[in-house]
Ligand binder design. Structure first.
Ligand code: ADP
Length: 345
């Protein structure tokens, strides 16, 4: 995800968000990204779909179908775009919906693509309508139409593009227009990762970063990472710092618990923003139902941040329900908050 989208005013440590922090751009973090499908952990159905699509396209000597990935931030959408480029031996160009302000921005990128290249448009739901219209012929016919002059002198010229594959990534598939959605051949939803998958991811990252971690430490990190690989990698770095300075260097269950409690990440992986969100519904709105705009106003947070980043995981673990009349907290949210005496929201 790009930084301009999700703003987290109260999530100071930024541990919760799936978005990239500048630290994620460091070579160290980049090297944690699996480069091949065989190294990609979890999401078995998505991996199988891509394996088949890539192999079939390579046999035919064609680019793969356009792919749309949908799911909360940090689950591996960008990583999959890198992998598709690696597996097909092509280049990846990355842009995002909000960065494409004018048709010319998109045309500039499209005309520079070589045969078979991959174009990733992150947050594709935020692409302006005028730019989106240039995407239709590009996706369907590998062409862009230029208009010259206006009125009765208007002429159009069709410019052929090299055949490419578009990878769209979005946290809000519902905001995509139907014509755009329909032009993707492959449409896959990424789910939160299981504890077992996150354990494998964190052990792999620890190996690459040369950090010692014991199995209980890996499980504890996995349990506090909101089902999200980007978060497990980020928390691993926080616990590494703590273990280095305050413990014997080895990451154990105990060092993980102490280090993450200090960061405000509780035993279920919830951060202060999650807890404030739940408490707002419980304390101000008697457990709901309450509309998202009212919650956002009370919390003084962007409603987009709540919808994209906070709610998906709380829904997944059953702490909130989304009904037609608004959001409600569940019994398990109340029990969880009550069990957290040392934490202040
Ligand atoms: P998204 O584009 O969905 O926001 P990314 O693809 O940028 O997420 O993934 C965030 C980070 O999580 C990556 O840098 C990578 O290190 C890690 N990651 C994501 N998916 C996996 C996976 N399946 N296996 C191992 N690491 C992963």
């Amino acid at each position: 995800m790009t930084d301009d989208v999700l703003t987290h005013s109260s999530d100071e440590s930024d541990l919760l968000s799936g978005r990239c922090s500048p630290a994620d751009q460091e070579p160290e973090i980049l090297s944690l990204r699996p480069g091949r499908l065989s190294e990609y952990i979890g999401q078995a159905d998505v991996v199988e779909t891509l394996k088949i699509a890539i192999e079939a396209a390579m046999q035919r000597g064609e680019p793969i179908d356009h792919v749309l990935f949908h799911g909360p931030p940090g689950l591996g959408k960008t990583t999959l775009a890198h992998i598709i480029a690696n597996e097909t031996g092509t280049h990846l160009t990355i842009t995002s919906g909000p960065a494409l302000e004018k048709g010319g921005d998109l045309i500039g990128l499209l005309t520079r693509l070589e045969e078979g290249d991959i174009l990733l448009i992150d947050e594709i739901h935020r692409i302006p309508k005028t730019v989106e219209e240039f995407l239709y012929p590009a996706m369907e016919d590998f062409a862009v139409d230029f208009m010259f002059d206006k009125g009765i002198h208007a002429r159009s010229h069709r410019y052929r593009l090299n055949r490419f594959a578009l990878v769209g990534a979005t946290t809000r598939v519902g905001l995509l227009s139907a014509p755009l959605r329909d032009r993707f051949g492959i449409f896959r939803n990424l789910n939160f990762y299981s504890i077992q998958d996150l354990e494998i991811i964190v052990k792999r990252s620890a190996r690459l970063l040369e950090i010692e971690i014991d199995p209980q430490g890996a499980t504890e990190l996995a349990m506090r990472s909101r089902g999200t690989p980007r978060i497990v990698n980020r928390l691993l770095k926080r616990v590494r710092d703590y273990s280095q300075v305050r413990a014997e260097g080895i990451i154990t269950q105990k060092t993980t618990q102490i280090a993450l409690n200090l960061e405000g990440v509780d035993k279920k992986g919830l951060t202060s923003l999650d807890r404030r969100y739940l408490k707002t519904i419980i304390d101000y709105y008697h457990g709901g139902p309450v509309g998202i705009e009212a919650i956002a106003a009370t919390l003084q947070e962007e409603s987009d941040t709540l919808v994209d980043v906070v709610e998906p995981y709380l829904l997944k673990i059953g702490m909130i329900l989304r009904t037609s009349s608004g959001r409600r907290t569940t019994e398990s949210a109340c029990e969880h908050l009550a069990s957290l005496e040392p934490f202040s929201a």
